[in-house]
Structure formats: C-alpha cells, structure tokens
Design a protein around this ligand. Structure first.
Ligand code: TGC
Ligand code: FAD
Length: 406
C-alpha cells in the first residue's frame, strides 16, 4: 500500500496563489539588456497583482475585465513601439515581445486586447494615417481613453481576406460604407474600428469608423469556449456615412492590413510562449508536490518525459523569438520569418498546455489552475492572425518560390 506523505488537498489549497517562476533553461536573460529585464519584471509583477487574482472569474463569466485598461496603458502595452511624441512607449521589439509574453502568461484574452489596440489599431494609424489622424487618435489610444478594434475578417472571407465584399462608394463629401465583419476582438466595447473595405475599383482601403456613426453596430458573439475573457463581436455597416478625413491616406491594397498583421503576429509569437511557460511552471510545481504511490509524480519517468520535452520546446521557442526580435529591431525580419515564429510558438504552447493538463490529472480541468484556460484560449490563437495551415503555406511559398494560394 502506498504511504501518504502529505495531507490530502494540501497542494490544492495554494493552487489559486500565483507562484509563477519563469523558466529560463538556457540563461536567455543574458541576451537581454537591463532595460529589457526591468520592463519584463514590471509587467510580470503587474500581471501577478492585477490579472492572476481575477482572470479565472472573468473567464468563467465570459467577460473582458475592462477595469484593466488603465493599467495596461500604464505598463506600455498599448503601442509599445509607437514613438513617444504620439503617446506610445517608444520601445524596441524585444521589449514589445517581452510585454506580450508576460501579459499572455496571465491570459491570451488580455494579450489579445493589447495586441489589437497596439498592432492593429495604433499601428495602421501610425504607418498609414495623416498627421492629423495620428495626433488626434494615437495619444487617446495609448492612454486607453479610446479603445479600438480591427475589422478584416468577414463571415465568408477569413483566410482569404482579399476576396472581401465590404465596400465603400464615393458620395462626394463622404464614403458610404456597407458590409459586415466577423470575429472582431474588442468590437463590442471599441470606440473606433479600423475597417478594411473595397472602393469602386475593387482596391482595399482602410477607414476609421467611429462608434455612434449612424448605421454602424457591433453586436457581441456569445457562447465561446475559448478566449472567454476577450470580447469578440461583429461589425455591421448599413449605409454608414464615413467622412473622407477618416480614410487612411497612405496605403492601398491588401498589403495595408497584412502589414498590420506582421506587427500582431510578432507579438503573438512571444505571447503564446508566455502561456506555455505558465503551463510548464504549473505542471512542474504540481509534479513535485503531488504524491501518488508514495512519491511525487515528478519522479515517474513518464511525467519527466513530458516535462523535459516541454522545457526543450520552450527553450527553442525562446531563442527563435529573441532572434526574430533582433532582426525586427534591425528592420530585417521578413513576414515569412514572423509566420514561422507565430506558428511555432502557438504549436509549442498548445501541445504543452495539453500535456500539462494531463500532469495535473483531474485538477487540470478545473479553474483552480490556469492550464485548461490557457489550453482553451490557444485554440483561438492557433486560428486567428492566420491559421496554422496558412502560416505553414507562407513558409512553403517562401522556401520553394511556389504559391499554394494561386
Ligand atoms: P498576396 O497576393 O500574397 O499579397 C497581396 C499583397 O500583400 C502583400 N503582402 C504583405 N504585405 C505585408 N505583410 C505581409 N505579411 C504580406 N503578405 C503579403 C503582397 O506583397 C501583395 O502586395 P502587392 O503590392 O503586390 O499588392 O495575397 P493573397 O490574397 O494571395 O493572400 C495571401 C495570404 C493567404 C498569406 C494572406 O491573405 C493571409 O495572411 N491570410 C490570413 C488572414 C489573416 O491572418 N487574418 C487575420 C485577421 S486579424 C485577426 O485575426 C486579429 S486577432 C487579434 C487578436 O485578438 O489578437
Ligand atoms: P477559414 O478561412 O474558413 O478556414 C477554415 C479552415 O480551412 C482552416 O483550418 C484553414 O487553415 C483552412 N484553409 C483555408 N484556406 C486554406 C488553404 N488555402 N489551404 C489549406 N487550408 C486552408 N479577425 C479580424 O479581422 N479581427 C479580429 O480582431 C479578429 N479576432 C478574432 C478573435 C477570435 C477569438 C477568433 C476565433 C478569430 C478572430 N478573427 C479576427 C478572425 C480570424 O483571423 C479568422 O478566424 C482566421 O483568419 C481564419 O478565418 P476563418 O475562421 O474564416 O477560417
């Protein structure tokens, strides 16, 4: 008969405390500057203090914790790389990656809100907007006074956004916007939406659509089993009059929205590893504390195999995103390199979440531990910002020179 060495449920009593210790098996910290570590550590503390205590409840209730918006702004999560004269944090790409890693360590839904705001709303205004648009919107978005969303996907056009049917008609003083977007993060509470629509010549243009414009609504999508702490919705445009000053003047074509996706996919490449690190750390701690057959389950070879493979994959992913960050800082990262990192990090994270859940046994399916929540969240992360298949095909196209989409 097995010998019981701890009180039953002892380890579960402390489960809800955030005891996270980040894994760094290859001393990757040595590759970071003092400023990087300072930024990373301050976001880590913020997540422990503000996100960990509340996230399970908000995920269970399927609500986005809006009260976190000012804190996210304060830690520089909205527009980390946008210059300070527009209200951004003016940081480099490694800092941006570390911020996303730490936030997604807390929850992918919170990272999602920050990714959308910074990479998909602030970035297009910064990169393609007029000086007036930048001065008007960017500081308000950086401070969280305005929240934004990004409308590219349509009910019938997801992986193939170039076939979109949402359209604008030139009416002289304004554009008339018609169509619908689907699966839009932040849309139910957003003050503005960056909307991609075709003009009468079939050329994709970017518009800033504001809440309150007649004919514009953003109904929430309910019933998600994934990313429950993120608000997703539709964008519906029924003869919306969009003033001409709200068009992004400096980009035309699909390269406009795809250029924004490079920013967001880069952040996800770091972020998903944060979720993986949390799952690994949780499973490792549990395996050393959970006693079965008279000894910690971490002593069994089958559990060690899972944990050893997890840390190996995390370490490879950490090195990949760090290198991608260096290339991005030097403006040398190609979109295909970003695709590879997004795909690899999400696959790593989803596999680790599934293995970690098993290490936790029955407790793994509860909200006492973050693992099942991460696992479910990652089912969205693997699909949005380009599915796993699409990123594979982007790599395939890059290495062969042959386009599988044609
Ligand atoms: P294709 O003909 O290849 O390209 C059209 C034009 O775009 C250029 N381009 C890019 N430019 C910048 N960055 C990139 N990554 C680019 N990829 C392509 C290209 O050079 C061309 O330019 P030009 O000047 O010749 O016109 O386009 P395609 O229609 O064949 O499609 C290619 C494909 C399939 C890779 C692309 O459409 C794609 O990436 N599909 C996936 C869609 C996607 O990722 N949607 C994401 C929606 S947003 C979202 O999910 C937010 S979730 C947020 C959250 O909550 O975190
Ligand atoms: P489809 O494109 O219909 O794909 C279905 C399946 O077919 C996938 O497995 C795909 O890989 C596969 N497939 C498609 N084409 C090919 C091909 N050529 N070869 C091989 N396989 C293929 N969009 C926004 O614009 N803004 C947002 O803020 C946003 N937030 C999101 C939040 C959530 C929670 C989710 C789930 C999605 C969000 N999206 C957003 C939409 C997201 O980007 C799309 O879901 C994604 O691009 C895939 O499109 P789809 O769902 O229409 O799938």
């Amino acid at each position: 008969m097995s010998k019981q060495t701890s009180e039953p449920n002892d380890i579960h009593r402390s489960a809800k405390k955030d005891l996270y210790e980040a894994p760094d098996y290859y001393q990757i910290d040595d590759l970071l500057s003092e400023e990087h570590k300072l930024i990373r550590d301050s976001v880590r503390s913020w997540v422990k203090k503000e996100v960990s205590p509340i996230i399970e409840d908000f995920a269970q209730k399927a609500q986005f914790p809006k009260h976190l918006i000012p804190g996210l702004a304060e830690i520089g999560a909205f527009g980390p790389t946008i210059p300070t004269n527009y209200g951004g944090a003016g940081l480099d790409y490694i800092s941006y990656g570390l911020i996303m890693q730490e936030i997604e360590r807390g929850d992918s839904g919170i990272r999602s809100a920050a990714s959308v705001q910074g990479s998909l709303v602030m970035y297009p205004i910064y990169a393609y907007g007029s000086e007036e648009q930048k001065m008007h919107y960017l500081p308000k978005l950086a401070s969280g006074e305005y929240m934004g969303c990004f409308g590219l996907t349509e009910p019938d056009h997801g992986s193939d956004p170039g076939s979109m049917i949402t359209n604008i008609k030139d009416m002289g003083d304004y554009f008339l916007l018609n169509g619908a977007k689907m699966w839009i993060s932040n849309s139910p509470f957003a003050d503005i939406a960056i909307v991609w629509a075709k003009d009468e010549e079939g050329i994709i243009r970017g518009l800033i659509v504001e809440k309150g414009m007649e004919g514009f609504s953003a109904p929430e999508i309910h019933g998600k089993w994934s990313l429950r702490a993120s608000a997703s919705g539709e964008l519906v445009f029924d003869n919306v009059k969009v003033p001409k000053k709200n068009v992004l003047p400096n980009v035309k074509g699909l390269k406009g929205p795809l250029g924004c996706l490079n920013q967001a996919r880069y952040g996800i490449a770091w972020g998903a590893l944060g979720a993986a690190m949390d799952c690994y750390d949780t499973a490792l701690r549990y395996s050393k504390e959970r006693i079965q057959f008279g000894r910690p389950i971490g002593g069994f070879q089958l559990q060690q195999k899972k944990l050893a493979e997890m840390i190996t994959e995390i370490t490879k992913g950490q090195l990949l995103v760090w290198r991608l960050g260096v290339l991005r800082n030097e403006n040398r990262a190609s979109p295909a390199q970003i695709s590879m990192a997004k795909r690899n990090s999400v696959e790593t994270a989803i596999n680790i979440a599934r293995e970690a859940r098993q290490i936790l046994g029955g407790m793994g399916i509860t909200g006492e531990y973050p693992v099942m929540r991460h696992m479910m969240n990652l089912e969205s992360v693997v699909t949005y910002e380009g599915t796993h298949d699409i990123h594979l095909l982007i790599t395939g196209m890059d290495i062969t020179g042959l386009n599988a989409f044609e």
